[in-house]
Ligand binder design. Structure first.
Ligand SMILES: O=C(O)CCC(=O)C(=O)O
Ligand SMILES: [Fe+2]
Length: 313
């Protein structure tokens, strides 16, 4: 197990549906990515930076489009560190352990920069299944999701920390296996809410059936830089969000040229030794991505061929 998390975090996620792990990433891992965010989004926060200027056109506390500005999808127009953060081996390992120690895939990775006064970020309690599946959360935990919010800046309550209700508490209010929270129960859920406030480098892990909500930012001139990163079991076609392949014009070389084969399997790329890899596919992929180090794929194919030749001898 990675030193970044302990068995107790796994148990809490299973019991409560959410767990905050402070300082999962070290300051030197986060600093270059914060710089990327400041370059990409910093000017967005140059408005008057106070909560009084918000006109959402929607009732207070509702979802509305202004909450969802400043989002980009992997691959990012930033550093290699930014492009590989959602494929960090410790995140992959943690997600896999939570989903029954099975191979996992990354199905969501997006940035999100929020600024005080740019929107009213207050949301009602909800579960995220609505745009992660066409069905509903599975009864089998391993067929659900692991959803991370990674903090690239300090996230306090005044800076819009996500709030969540543990599964036992939401079950007591809504009944077991509820996946929607009617308006009349929102007050009772709020009375049980936990803040996911934590310093930069922390993560919160929750699931597709966990009640949570975004909260508003009240600190004058505040900013909140986060990345939303979600995993599913690799064989779970019932869950999705992005289709990586459709963004061919985007800077994929920043991922391809720097990720390990294990990280690339999380995007659906067959690992070394997979039957997909033949002399032809190896050569054509190398032509397509000239700076991708394919040596592990080449040597796995060569070893398998030698093995076959030896057996035939
Ligand atoms: O950004 C957050 O703190 C949570 C937002 C959220 O839950 C959502 O938009 O579905
Ligand atoms: Fe949500």
């Amino acid at each position: 197990m990675s030193a970044r998390y302990q068995q107790q975090h796994i148990e809490t996620w299973h019991k409560d549906g959410a767990v905050v792990i402070p300082n999962f990433f070290a300051p030197d891992e986060i600093a270059p990515i914060h710089t990327d965010y400041a370059r990409l989004y910093g000017s967005e926060g140059a408005g008057d930076g106070n909560t009084l200027s918000i006109n959402t056109g929607q009732p207070a506390g509702a979802f509305h489009p202004k909450q969802f500005k400043n989002l980009d999808t992997l691959p990012y127009d930033g550093s290699v560190a930014m492009n590989l953060l959602s494929l960090h081996p410790a995140l992959i390992q943690f997600a896999s352990q939570l989903l029954g120690n099975q191979p996992v895939q990354l199905y969501q990775s997006h940035t999100w920069a929020k600024f005080t006064g740019e929107a009213d970020y207050e949301q009602p309690f909800h579960c995220d299944y609505g745009n992660h599946t066409l069905t509903v959360p599975a009864e089998d935990v391993a067929a659900r999701t692991v959803n991370f919010v990674i903090y690239l800046s300090d996230v306090t309550d005044a800076l819009g920390a996500m709030h969540f209700v543990t599964k036992p508490a939401s079950d007591a209010i809504l009944g077991p296996r509820a996946i929607t929270a009617p308006t009349e129960h929102q007050v009772a859920l709020k009375a049980q809410q936990n803040s996911a406030a934590a310093p930069a480098g922390s993560i919160v892990a929750y699931g597709i059936d966990t009640f949570h909500r975004g909260t508003n930012m009240t600190e004058p001139n505040g900013l909140r830089y986060t990345m939303t990163v979600s995993f599913k079991r690799a064989d779970n076609a019932n869950i999705g969000f992005h289709v990586w392949q459709h963004a061919v014009e985007r800077p994929w070389h920043r991922v391809m040229n720097h990720a390990t084969p294990m990280q690339l399997t999380c995007l659906g790329i067959p690992g070394p030794g997979d039957a997909f890899w033949t002399p032809l596919t190896l050569q054509q992929c190398q032509n397509r991505w000239p700076d991708w180090d394919m040596s592990e794929y080449v040597s796995a194919f060569a070893a398998a061929t030698r093995g076959t030749a030896t057996k035939a001898d």
